[in-house]
Design a protein around this ligand. Structure first.
Ligand SMILES: NC(=O)c1ccc[n+]([C@@H]2O[C@H](COP(=O)([O-])OP(=O)(O)OC[C@H]3O[C@@H](n4cnc5c(N)ncnc54)[C@H](O)[C@@H]3O)[C@@H](O)[C@H]2O)c1
Length: 224
């Protein structure tokens, strides 16, 4: 499976696309530490991948570094951000402003990575008018007008699982084409709509599986 960005003539493997944000995060940290160049080994160690894989991934972007010098941190950061599409500002709506919705709304990392939360929506009238991270929680009924006003293409679902499919349907009907789903349910969406699911309990279960194997056979439970 491959992904294509609008201004790119090249197809980049999906696994590489999934690692680009990891490289971007590592490069942002390096830049914040005042580091201007880095070797593929350094960047790979920072990002937690092996350096041959990193070099191969970056070659899809036409970025090969300079022998003996390595990669220019600022330029590589720009190249990856451009490839992912985060040099532009992406308006995002979050639906379901309970425990998780509050935490997401308050997370400052979205903004610095090119995502601007433009609205917080909830179906519960008791939540309306509460101000979270400088935004007033609004009725879910306002979704359509907000999407149109801000040209939103990305929606985040943080509702209980039972509500998630109907929220997704409504998002799709308003023109949202990418959904980040935190609810523990599988969403069905039409072709052309992208869904990413985040499930921390699955990640914990994977760690538990490796912990269990470690206790049975020491050395067998390495997580990659
Ligand atoms: N992916 C993860 O790792 C992870 C971690 C924690 C929680 N969750 C999931 O995130 C979701 C939210 O968890 P929480 O603890 O914040 O729950 P919560 O009950 O505190 O908040 C849910 C909010 O969704 C609102 N809501 C319900 N139906 C709605 C609808 N149809 N339209 C709009 N808003 C609606 C509710 O009014 C409430 O404010 C749950 O599905 C939970 O399982 C996922």
């Amino acid at each position: 499976m491959t992904a294509r960005t609008p201004d790119s003539a090249r197809d980049i493997p999906e696994a590489t696309v999934a690692r680009l944000p990891v490289y971007l995060r590592a490069l942002i940290s390096l830049a914040e530490e005042g580091i201007t160049t880095c070797s593929s080994e350094e960047l790979a160690a920072f990002a937690g991948v092996n350096s041959a894989k990193l070099r191969k991934d970056l070659s899809y972007l036409g970025s090969y570094g300079t022998r003996g010098v390595g990669y220019d941190v600022e330029y590589l950061r720009y190249q990856i951000a451009r490839e992912i599409g985060v040099t532009q500002d992406w308006p995002v709506v979050i639906v379901g402003i309970g425990n998780l919705g509050h935490a997401l709304a308050n997370y400052s990392g979205f903004r610095s990575r090119g995502f601007r939360v433009v609205a917080l929506l909830d179906a519960d009238p008791d939540r309306h008018e509460e101000v979270v991270a400088g935004l007033e929680v609004r009725s879910f009924e306002d979704l359509e007008s907000i999407v149109a006003e801000h040209d939103v293409s990305i929606g985040v679902i943080a509702t209980p699982a039972v509500a998630a499919q109907s929220v997704a349907d409504r998002m799709v009907a308003t023109g949202i084409t990418s959904i980040l789903n935190f609810a523990p349910t599988v969403l069905s969406v039409p072709d052309g709509v992208g869904v990413r699911k985040v499930d921390l309990s699955i990640e914990l279960q994977i760690l538990a599986y490796h912990e269990q194997r470690k206790s049975v056979a020491p050395g067998a439970g390495a997580v990659s």
